[in-house]
Design a protein around this ligand. Structure first.
Ligand code: AMP
Ligand code: GLY
Length: 421
C-alpha cells in the first residue's frame, strides 16, 4: 500500500522510518518532507495547507492511507478535506482537533467531565482579565487560546511578567487571533510527562510514556522551545501513576469527545503534570504525535505501525495487539545557533553520513548545491540512542550527537538526567 505523510520535521521522519519497516508499506510520499526524509520517501513540494493539491496528489497516486503530522493543518480541517474525497486518512477531524486548537474548549471539556486539570478562568476582555490576574497568587500561568507555535504560554513568577504576558496577548495581539481569548490558570508544581495514545472513539491504547525538555538550556533554563530532547520509558515515574493518568485523564477525555459528538480518531497526546505526591493533572492535550516524543516512542514499538494506523482509521483499534520493547531510548536535539530566536540557515553539517549506533532523525536539513548537508531549521537533527537502560541509551545518544558538527550547534547536555538522579 502506498502512503502519503503530511509534514516535514523530525516527527514525520520518525513516523516514516517506522512505517517503512512494515511489510505492507509500498511507496511512501512525504509533503513537503525534508532532505533526511528524502532518504526513505519521495518528497513532494506541496505545503501542509494546500488541501486541494494534497487531495489531488493522493487521488492521482492512489495512495491507500494519508497520515497527518502537524497540528495546524489538523486544526484547519485537513482530515475533513481528505474524507470528503473518500481518501483514508489517519488523524482527527477539525471538530476533534479543537481539543488542541482551543485551550478554552479543552479546559471547558475537562471541567464539564471532572477530568483533573489546573483551576482556571477564561476571558475575552482585557480589563476583567487584569482584575482577576491581580487577585491571584504567584506563580500564575497565562495562555493564549489558540495555536501559537508553542509560544502562547507564560509561567509568570512576578506581577510584572504576568501583566506583560496578558498585555502581549490581549492588547498588543502578538499572537493575532490565537489571543482573542485567554486562559489564566493555577500553577501546577511537579514533573511533566507526555502520554501519547492511539485513540479511535472510546478505545484508548496508550503508547510508551516519554518526557520532553522544553527550555532551551540545561537545568530547564531559558525560553521554551518546541522540545530539546526526550526519553522513554520513565523509570522514576511508576507504572501505577501512568495507569492512573490513562484511567482518569485520557480514557475519560476520549469518552467525553464521543459524548460531545466529536469522536476523536488518531493520536491523542496528554501533557501532564505529576504532583510531588504522585497525582497526574492535565496541562494540555495535543491532537497529534509529539515532536520530539515520537522520536523515542516509535523506536520502542515492536508492532507494525501501518497496521495500527489502518486499525484506527477502520475503527477496529480494540482488536489488534500492540507490543512495546523494554529497551530505553533517548533523543538529543541539535539546534541552530540562536534558536528559539532567529537563526542562520544553510550552515554546512559534517559527520552526518558516518555509520553509527545512533538513529538520526532530520528536522531541519537541506542539501547544498553540491549535494552536501546544510541546516535549514531551528531544530536541525534529533539523535536517538537506544540501550538496555536509560543510562546506556543516553551514552549512545550523546556519542552519536558528538559525531555531528556544524557552526553554532547547540544542544542540552542534561537530557534524561531526571531519570538518573
Ligand atoms: P503548553 O503549551 O500548554 O504545553 O504549556 C507550555 C509549558 O508551560 C508546559 O510544558 C509547562 O511546562 C508549562 N505550563 C503550562 N501550564 C502550566 C501550569 N498550569 N502549571 C505549571 N506549568 C505549566
Ligand atoms: N514536544 C511537545 C509537542 O510536540 O508539543
Amino acid at each position: 500500500m502506498d502512503i502519503l505523510v503530511v509534514g516535514g520535521g523530525g516527527r514525520e521522519h520518525a513516523i516514516i522510518w517506522s512505517l517503512a519497516r512494515s511489510p505492507k508499506a509500498g511507496k511512501i510520499y512525504c509533503a513537503p518532507g525534508n532532505a533526511g526524509i528524502a532518504q526513505l520517501a519521495e518528497c513532494v513540494p506541496i505545503g501542509v495547507f494546500e488541501f486541494d493539491k494534497l487531495t489531488a496528489f493522493a487521488k492521482e497516486r492512489e495512495v491507500g492511507l494519508v497520515v497527518i503530522g502537524p497540528d495546524d493543518p489538523l486544526a484547519a480541517g485537513i482530515v475533513d478535506a481528505f474524507e470528503a474525497q473518500g481518501i483514508p486518512v489517519f488523524g482527527p477531524r477539525k471538530n476533534a482537533a479543537e481539543i488542541e486548537g482551543s485551550k478554552t474548549f479543552m479546559k471547558d471539556l475537562l471541567h464539564k467531565y471532572s477530568i483533573p486539570t489546573a483551576r482556571y478562568e477564561k476571558f475575552s476582555d482585557y480589563e476583567p482579565a487584569l482584575a482577576y490576574l491581580r487577585s491571584q497568587e504567584l506563580p500564575i500561568v497565562i495562555k493564549a487560546d489558540g495555536l501559537a507555535a508553542g509560544k502562547g504560554v507564560t509561567v509568570a513568577y512576578s506581577r510584572e511578567e504576568a501583566e506583560k504576558a496578558l498585555q502581549d496577548i490581549m492588547v498588543d495581539k502578538v499572537f493575532g487571533d490565537a489571543g482573542t481569548q485567554v486562559v489564566i490558570e493555577e500553577f501546577l508544581a511537579g514533573q511533566e510527562m507526555s502520554i501519547l495514545a492511539f485513540v479511535d472513539g472510546e478505545t484508548v491504547r496508550p503508547m510508551a510514556a516519554a518526557q520532553d525538555h522544553k527550555p532551551v538550556f540545561d537545568g530547564d533554563k531559558g525560553p521554551n522551545t518546541g522540545g530539546m530532547g526526550t526519553y522513554s520509558p520513565l523509570p522514576h515515574i511508576g507504572e501505577s501513576v501512568i495507569r492512573e493518568a490513562v484511567e482518569t485523564i485520557i480514557e475519560p477525555a476520549a469518552k467525553a469527545m464521543v459524548a460531545e459528538g466529536r469522536p476523536f480518531s488518531g493520536v491523542l497526546f496528554a501533557g501532564l503534570m505529576i504532583s510531588p505526591d504522585g497525582k497526574p493533572k492535565t496541562i494540555e492535550f495535543n491532537a497529534r504525535f509529539g515532536d520530539p516524543e515520537t522520536q523515542v516512542v516509535l523506536p520502542r514499538l515492536k508492532s507494525d505501525l501501518l497496521e495500527i494506523f489502518l486499525a484506527v482509521t477502520e475503527g477496529r483499534l480494540a482488536e489488534i495487539p500492540i507490543e512495546w520493547s523494554d529497551e530505553a531510548a533517548v533523543c538529543v536535539v541539535l539546534a541552530s545557533e540562536g534558536y528559539p530566536g532567529p537563526y542562520p540557515k544553510g550552515v554546512p553539517i559534517s559527520g552526518l553520513d558516518e555509520e553509527g549506533a545512533a538513529l538520526v532523525f532530520h528536522a531541519g536539513t537541506a542539501r547544498g548545491a553540491d549535494g552536501s548537508w546544510v541546516t535549514s531549521g531551528g531544530r536541525v537533527l534529533g539523535v536517538v540512542g537506544r540501550g538496555a537502560t536509560i543510562a546506556e541509551a543516553r551514552t549512545a545518544a550523546y556519542a552519536g550527537a558528538e559525531k555531528i558538527t556544524f557552526a553554532g550547534k547547540q544542544n542540552r547536555s542534561d537530557i534524561a538526567m531526571k531519570a538518573l538522579i
